[in-house]
Write a protein that binds this ligand. Structure first.
Ligand SMILES: CC(=O)SCCNC(=O)CCNC(=O)[C@H](O)C(C)(C)COP(=O)(O)OP(=O)(O)OC[C@H]1O[C@@H](n2cnc3c(N)ncnc32)[C@H](O)[C@@H]1OP(=O)(O)O
Ligand SMILES: CC(C)C(=O)C(=O)O
Length: 507
């Protein structure tokens, strides 16, 4: 059996998903969970891209102990310096330098000749190596590059000190046969190729990311790059949880294994979905809501007689638990603390008190508090940096009546601690609320997406709202949960505005 190293890029390529922007605490929370999941490497970000990303990568590098923390850099000294400065305190660190090798990227984007690209790649790998022992080189758009040319670049970057060579299918264009042959070609034609880990990095534009990654592995790759839930640029990256479970379930066929702790998969998927606002489709392999549901009579009959008739993965394997209710109105702090630990949270005293208060408030309004409710509340509290010294919702009222335009009255506390009040109408209750809030803040806002879902089932289920908006021309997401739909909608709006506010202060 050969170990396949897992390189998770949820925090870098995953964050490149349109509309996703995570704050520092959210990135840190995801990083801690990726460490629990047992990824070998996590790409924490692209420090040269902004001060906010630099700070988040640094915080992750200072915190994570078991996984290697990687930072992305273009092939220039400034990016490499920023990458190294962000990760220098990490227990295990890697600089990831990339430059494109395909004709179209070299000529039209970089405006460099193949010789200039080779020279830059070698010089920059060598520069990165002078700072950091572990250097990954990516030949961007490898799958549309000339094999012979790429082989010479790879040979030279290995000589310059690269420890990992990644051959990305940047635009999701390749086929399994073609991608596999590219790896085989490098194995057979590049001197000292066995000194490095060869890596796949597949995008899903043609729905072939998983098949292509497996083909890469079957032809010599020992590292797979991807994301949890398959999020990422455009159609996303290969979903790492699918790959790890496929290798486990079909170990009779695939002689590979990963060090992923499979029963942390569900928790990781949930946190990432909640914090990015990217819902997991119900029919998604391994982590979708329906992945372990059996709807039709013949299937149900089979499962009752022997679950393996229709179930190749057990829910327990990936950490799906039955949604048992344990806490309620009369539960005390000890039981609550115990439950928090069971759900995998480690809260400071201050956040614990905040969480306990939120839980108690919820038990006043909701008959049954489920693990899913608690999970969402705890993740919100653990990652919240928005409510101090930014906009806060003080009170709101909505008047709705059939045949008239709904109107809303809102009181907000501004960052300068002033209370402002306004009233506006809209074609629906949410629009009335949003028009009112917008009239009370100075930023220029355009709502681009609004998504309402429920956590769990029943009339008293929590409402979760994810929104996307343009604030002063900048894309931003907001999210919130509350028992009331309108309260969740208002809080999500304020959450998005506050993120821009915080970002402006950081940059
Ligand atoms: C395949 C991938 O996923 S790569 C990662 C993509 N991620 C991102 O782009 C993160 C977000 N990006 C950003 O914040 C910005 O694009 C920045 C900060 C990185 C750069 O911003 P700017 O300096 O304004 O440059 P801009 O993005 O407009 O153009 C990119 C420049 O980098 C150059 N470049 C692109 N890739 C590389 C590379 N690998 N090595 C060296 N230079 C490169 C381009 O040729 C262009 O140079 P030019 O200005 O001389 O034409
Ligand atoms: C930077 C590289 C690895 C990348 O994200 C891609 O080519 O898709």
């Amino acid at each position: 059996m050969t170990q396949i190293k897992i390189f998770d890029t949820t925090l870098r390529d995953g964050e490149q998903s349109p509309g996703v922007n995570l704050n520092q605490l959210e990135k840190l929370e995801i990083a801690k969970q990726l460490e629990r999941l047992g990824v070998d490497v996590m790409e924490a970000g692209f420090p040269a891209s902004s001060q906010g990303d630099f700070d988040a990568v640094k915080k992750i590098a200072d915190t994570v102990k078991n996984s290697t923390v990687a930072a992305l850099a273009r092939a220039n000294k400034h990016d490499i310096d920023r990458a190294y400065d962000a990760i220098k305190n990490a227990n295990k660190k890697r600089i990831h330098v990339f430059i494109a090798t395909s004709p179209i990227h070299m000529q039209d984007k970089l405006k460099k000749t193949p010789e200039e690209v080779t020279k830059t790649a070698v010089e920059m790998v060598s520069y990165a190596k002078s700072k950091c022992e572990d250097v990954e080189f990516s030949a961007e758009d490898a799958s549309r590059s000339d094999l012979e040319f790429m082989a010479t670049v790879i040979e030279k970057v290995i000589e310059a000190g690269a420890t990992v060579v990644n051959l990305p299918d940047t635009v999701g264009y390749t086929t399994p046969k073609e991608y596999g042959e590219m790896f085989r070609y490098m194995k057979e034609n590049v001197k000292n190729i066995d000194q490095v880990d060869l890596s796949t990095h597949c995008h899903d534009d043609l729905g072939m990311a998983m098949a292509n990654s497996v083909a890469g592995v079957q032809n010599g790759a020992t590292q797979v790059e991807g994301t949890i839930n398959g999020i990422g640029e455009r159609a996303g990256n290969v979903a790492l949880e699918e790959l790890a479970v496929a290798f486990e379930i079909r170990k009779d066929f695939y002689p590979y294994y990963t060090e992923m702790t499979l029963n942390e998969i569900k928790r990781t998927s949930d946190i990432i979905s909640q914090l990015t606002g990217m819902a997991v489709p119900g029919n998604k392999a391994v982590v979708g809501r329906n992945a372990f549901s059996h709807e039709s009579g013949i299937h149900q009959d089979g499962v009752l007689k022997n679950a393996q008739t229709y179930e190749i993965i057990t829910p327990e394997m990936v950490g799906v638990q039955s949604n048992n209710l344990v806490l309620g109105k009369h539960s005390g702090r000890h039981a609550f603390q115990d439950k928090i630990a069971q759900l995998g949270f480690d809260l400071s005293e201050e956040k614990l008190s905040e969480a306990f208060l939120a839980f108690k408030q919820l038990t006043d309004r909701k008959k049954e508090v489920t693990d899913d409710d608690l999970f969402v509340i705890l993740t919100d509290i653990q990652t919240d940096i928005s409510h101090r010294k930014q906009y806060q919702l003080k009170t709101f009222q909505v008047h709705y009546q059939t045949d008239t335009s709904p109107s809303a009255t809102v009181e907000l506390i501004t960052p300068d601690n002033e209370t402002v009040k306004g009233n506006k109408t809209g074609s629906g209750s949410v629009e009335a609320l949003y028009n009112t809030i917008e009239s009370l803040i100075s930023e220029n806002i355009e709502l681009t997406d609004f998504n309402l879902s429920s956590i769990g089932k029943g009339k008293d289920a929590l409402a979760e709202v994810h929104i996307s908006m343009l604030v002063d021309g900048e894309h931003v997401n907001g999210r919130s949960t509350a028992q009331d739909v309108l309260e969740a909608a208002s809080a999500a709006f304020i959450n998005a505005v506050n993120r821009v506010f915080i970002k402006k202060k950081l940059n």
